[in-house]
Ligand binder design. Structure first.
Ligand SMILES: Nc1ncnc2c1ncn2[C@@H]1O[C@H](COP(=O)(O)OP(=O)(O)OP(=O)(O)O)[C@@H](O)[C@H]1O
Length: 346
């Protein structure tokens, strides 16, 4: 593993992994210096999301990876305003949603949906699947502002079952009658009911058997292609991320430490943390077959290290890293890293 010494360092306040996107195209999601701080007992503060800037273009699948507790779910919930942000801006199609009141958010909520890890907890066991899936269609008006008729809702439910490859008879059954994979198909159908543009999937396959995981990831990929969806796909499993993501953001202690196209980040990681993460994955995610394994515990997010947040575990730490926090900066088109001494290929 070598260091990049000849890299032009360009400040990059709103890094995007979409090198291929034209300069004029507008991001679906533009995240600007977003922070989420939790106030704990005894006056402590926990910076779960600590100044994240990134953008997601329409049709992009951004994989969000990092160890447990690094802030992935909190960021995902911030993106959909399921929790309020402490500061920063989140622009959805150019509109800042961070300060919108619930009433103004409502029409936007139809366009932004979440799929959660626990397929069972999000389905009310006392209600038939058809009833659960019909609810958002009854509550929200159609794109022309009209209440949907029963016949329209029924037709949409049939369409949704077709999209997720479940029989129409599933609509008459209850959540406990399905396997974990089938329940996740139902959750996906529910998320798609109102034809959203953005889906945030928070570890949607982590709780499933390995054999079922691939089927559900394939379903996500298929739906993305058919419906032109945009995903933020949260996962700790890099093999899953590699399969579905066009770009990857690697998070560590509340911040994005590397962002770029999937191949660049997973095959030529520039941050020592990304390199260590990829080292744990069997080929073909290779870059880091060369990387040093990651030692030490993750520091408490309540007492984040000064300087580079990763320096206490970094095998390449130098004096500068202990005092100066590296900004996320571009090292090649579509690839940014927050490291004073990024790794080079080879
Ligand atoms: N409501 C809350 N109050 C206080 N701290 C919280 C709250 N929710 C999350 N946290 C803390 O914020 C940090 C980030 O949590 P988050 O769940 O976003 O991480 P994650 O990367 O999604 O982890 P996991 O993969 O385990 O879900 C953690 O230290 C967590 O303990």
């Amino acid at each position: 593993m070598t260091r990049r010494s000849d890299t032009a360092i360009t400040p990059d306040a709103s890094a995007s992994a979409s090198a291929s996107a034209s300069a004029s195209a507008r991001p679906l999601l533009d995240v600007r210096d977003v922070r989420k701080t939790y106030h704990l007992p005894r006056g402590q503060t926990l910076k779960a999301v600590d100044g994240i800037s990134l953008s997601v273009m329409p049709g992009e699948v951004l994989g969000l990876v990092g160890e447990s507790g690094c802030g992935k779910s909190t960021l995902g919930r911030c993106l959909l305003r399921l929790t309020d942000v402490s500061s920063g801006e989140i622009l959805f199609e150019g509109q800042d949603i961070t300060a919108l009141k619930e009433r103004a958010l409502r029409p936007l909520r139809q366009q932004m949906q979440m799929v959660f890890q626990d397929s069972y907890a999000s389905l009310n066991p006392r209600r038939r699947i058809g009833d659960l899936l019909a609810e958002p269609l009854r509550v929200h008006p159609d794109p022309d502002g009209r209440k949907r008729s029963r016949a329209t809702i029924t037709a949409r439910l049939h369409e949704l079952m077709d999209l997720v490859s479940l029989p129409v008879s599933a609509l008459e059954r209850y959540a406990h009658e399905f396997s974990g994979g089938q329940r996740q198909r139902i959750n996906i159908a529910r998320a798609l009911a109102l034809s959203p543009r953005l889906v945030v999937a928070d570890e949607p396959v982590s709780a499933l058997d390995v054999s079922v995981q691939a089927q559900i990831v394939n379903l996500f990929a298929d739906l993305q292609a058919r419906l032109g969806l945009t995903y933020v796909f949260i996962a700790h499993d890099l093999a899953v991320v590699r399969q579905i993501s066009t770009s990857v953001a690697v998070m560590y202690l509340g911040a994005v430490v590397e962002l770029g196209e999937t191949d660049a980040v997973l095959h030529s990681p520039a941050h020592p943390y990304s390199a260590a993460l990829t080292a744990a994955v069997p080929r073909p995610v290779v870059g880091a077959a060369r990387a040093a394994p990651l030692g030490g515990d993750i520091p408490s997010p309540v007492a984040r290290p000064a300087g580079c947040r990763f320096h206490t575990r970094c095998p390449f730490v130098q004096d500068r890293c202990r005092v100066e926090e590296p900004a996320l900066h571009v090292i090649e088109p579509g690839h940014s890293v927050a490291c004073h001494f990024p790794l080079a290929e080879g």
